[in-house]
Design a protein around this ligand. Structure first.
Ligand SMILES: [Zn+2]
Length: 410
């Protein structure tokens, strides 16, 4: 038996006026998702357990069957696991974004212009991370390179009670209104302030400005936490699992769950990602004996944060034709029974750019070896049809994986 999960990060959304009140998923042409839903089962799902806030760490943990209320210690410890940082129990990991601030003289009066510093490249970021370690690293703290604008600061033997603001939820905000509060807030603020002097005159940024790109002229901290531990996926479900993703967050969850992690050249987490390479890697993993493949696609979430509805629709269509179709073709012909699950980890609203804790549409299909899915009627798989089919009751996200592996619809 082979299990394939297509996790379309942040694809779920609300009806959009300029799409005639359709959602991006509804407006997108996704014939293979429609077929899987029509031939199998589709409904609404709650990927955000009660008491949690919708987001990738909560949604991906939940869909993998790990209760975030038990295991989640913060976003950055997950990314630290992905980077391969060994944390002591009383260490704190903090997400360190490179951001773009406006240029008022007083640091506290500056505003957040861009939470991703124009999606700076990892190569450029590496030079800047070295500059930060030269200036700040000591026995109490050190910076670690992640991907693009997403990096990690480790504070050793430090308290974790801090109030920090995710920059993508604070575009246009003045620093003074959202500066760090609580444990280590003085250290963090003084590093933020000094980072502006170090970074804004750095050759990397002068070159970016020259090219008309946003400079990474400040660090910004959020998502703090202690190290995360998870029971292994194999122990939990009795089968091996592999994960394909471009983002450290999902790679970190996979690492903590001791799943196999597959990297794909050119996987960027944006609409320009290597869709074909990701599909080929999934098929390879199955050919090499992997029983379950969790293929995570970040592009819909990233397009939503950029308020780019058109690219979000395109990301759904690419996920359908460049990921689902080739993997489905392989599974039908692989000689084993197979199962397919399509879900989002949370909605990301492409009108506001913000995450939501609302329910999402999902589809599940169990196929026999050699049999291609068919259905006399094919629905348009989306939030509207899934809501209709749910009879007002969304499935519990925490029960999804167990049910999927047992071959049962929920
Ligand atoms: Zn997400």
């Amino acid at each position: 038996m082979k299990y394939f999960i297509l996790l379309t990060d942040g694809l779920a959304d609300e009806p959009i006026t300029k799409l005639n009140n359709a959602t991006p998923l509804e407006a997108a042409s996704t014939p293979y998702m429609d077929l899987i839903a029509s031939a199998g089962h589709y409904s609404m799902l709650s990927p955000t357990p009660k008491g949690c806030t919708g987001g990738s760490e909560v949604g991906n943990l939940t869909i993998l069957g790990y209760d975030p209320r038990v295991h989640l210690t913060g976003r950055s410890p997950i990314e630290a696991a992905a980077i391969g940082i060994d944390m002591a129990e009383d260490d704190v990991a903090l997400r360190c974004n490179f951001i773009t601030l406006s240029n008022e003289a007083d640091y506290s009066q500056k505003r957040i212009l861009d939470y991703s510093a124009g999606e700076i490249t990892t190569q450029e970021a590496g030079v800047l991370i070295d500059a930060l370690n030269n200036a700040f690293a000591n026995e109490k703290l050190d910076y670690h390179l992640g991907l693009s604008y997403r990096h990690c600061l480790i504070l050793h033997h430090e308290g974790v009670n801090m109030t920090l603001t995710p920059p993508h939820n604070a575009l246009g905000e003045r620093v003074e209104n959202i500066s760090p509060k609580g444990d280590a807030s003085n250290i963090l603020y003084s590093m933020m302030e000094k980072s502006y002097d170090i970074l804004s005159n750095h050759p990397i940024n002068l070159a970016r400005i020259e090219k008309g790109l946003n400079p990474a002229n400040s660090v910004w901290f959020w998502g703090q936490g202690r190290p995360m531990t998870l029971p292994s996926f194999k122990e939990k479900y009795g089968i091996s699992g592999g994960v394909i993703t471009a983002v450290d967050l999902v790679r970190g969850i996979a690492k903590c769950a001791q799943m196999n992690i597959y990297s794909v050249e050119g996987a960027t987490g944006t609409i320009h990602t290597n869709f074909d390479g990701k599909a080929a890697k999934a098929i390879d993993a199955f050919k090499n004996g992997e029983e379950l493949v969790y293929l995570h696609i970040e592009a819909p979430d990233e397009c939503s944060h950029q308020l780019d509805v058109h690219s979000k629709i395109l990301s759904a269509e690419c996920a359908d034709s460049k990921l689902l179709r080739p993997v489905l073709d392989y599974l039908v012909g692989c000689g084993e029974d197979y199962a397919i699950l399509i879900a989002s980890d949370h909605p990301t609203l492409s009108q506001s750019g913000k995450h939501s804790s609302a329910d999402v549409a999902y589809a599940m299909y169990f196929g026999k070896a050699g049999v291609y899915p068919t259905s006399s009627t094919v629905i348009n798989f989306c939030e509207a049809t899934a809501t209709q089919n749910s009879n007002g009751k969304a499935a519990d996200g925490l029960k999804l994986m167990e049910s999927f592996i047992k071959g049962k619809y929920i």
